[in-house]
Design a protein around this ligand. Structure first.
Ligand code: COA
Length: 259
């Protein structure tokens, strides 16, 4: 399905979503957010999609933030509504049962850093830069940045970045645990693809339950250990657990069907 601000490609069950506003460093305009919302519906519904890469067009920007030109003259309620909309879309990414990896190819600032953090993990190119510079605009992050940055790198590092607006390079992000790996830009998509190619050979329902249980750590309304326990138990109702255990005992490769 065509999107105004996104390019999409499905290859070997890996769906690559490229935010395509390179002249504005892929800033998250309302239209980009609407498209991200819709594309995630496609990800949830399309059984041919097993995992997802989100990246930005061009060699300079992943996403340089929410589109600042759309902030001018907003009222308090409009500001809250904008944040609510962004939060809902990023929760849709975070709670996606299929792995979503951010391939960060350049600036990931503000909403761009928040988008990367809503993904299940992040791979960065050597030129990538991360930060939450909203304080420079008299603002704070609105799409989950204050929460996910603390979750990912700890409170001290997060508060320093949030209140200084400092921008860190890819290797510092690696030291902070914000990204899993740093690779030359030309190898970025290949790196993300090679990780997902391995993940795609695993039992899809088990993969989904791992994501759900890991996300439960940060949800006050649920007990993560209970989520793990029921997820573990429910796996025994699947065809794939029969296949996986049989394949191990028969010393052959498992062929999972996602049922
Ligand atoms: N919203 C809207 N437009 C943005 C944008 C954003 N968040 N980030 C970059 N752009 C636009 C610039 O206005 C410029 O557009 P123009 O060519 O029509 O003037 C274009 O993208 C290229 O950006 P430019 O600033 O010229 O590139 P640069 O290499 O000099 O600087 C950045 C790159 C990322 C340091 C700089 O663009 C920047 O600080 N962006 C805003 C980052 C930010 O505060 N994000 C948080 C928003 S809540």
């Amino acid at each position: 399905m065509p999107y105004q601000t996104l390019l999409t490609k499905l290859e070997n069950n890996i769906f690559t979503i490229t935010i395509n506003r390179p002249d504005k460093l892929n800033a998250l305009s309302k239209q980009v957010m609407n498209d991200l919302d819709e594309v995630m519906d496609e990800v949830y519904k399309n059984d041919d999609i097993r995992s997802v890469i989100i990246t930005g067009a061009g060699e300079k920007g992943f996403v340089a933030g929410a589109d600042i030109s759309e902030f001018v003259g907003l009222s308090v309620d409009e500001g809250k509504n904008l944040a609510k909309r962004g939060l809902d879309i990023f929760f849709k990414i975070e709670n996606c049962p299929k792995p979503v990896v951010a391939a960060v190819n350049g600036f990931a600032l503000g909403g761009g850093c928040e988008l990367a953090m809503a993904c299940h993990f992040r791979i960065a190119s050597e030129n990538a830069k991360f930060g939450q510079p909203e304080v420079n605009l008299g603002l704070i992050p609105g799409y989950g940045g204050t929460q996910r940055l603390v979750q990912l790198i700890g409170k001290g590092g997060a508060i320093e970045l949030l209140i200084s607006g400092n921008i860190i390079d890819a290797n510092t992000a690696l030291q902070y645990g914000l990204v899993n790996a740093v690779v030359p830009q030309a190898e970025l998509l290949a790196k993300a693809t090679s990780i997902l190619a391995v993940v795609n050979t695993k039992a899809p329902l088990a993969v989904a339950k791992c994501i759900e249980a890991a996300n439960a750590v940060y949800k006050e309304s649920v007990n993560g250990y209970d989520v793990e326990m029921s997820g573990f138990g429910n796996c025994f109702a699947t065809e794939d657990v029969k296949e996986g255990t049989a394949a191990f005992l028969e010393k052959r490769k498992a062929n999972f069907i996602g049922k």
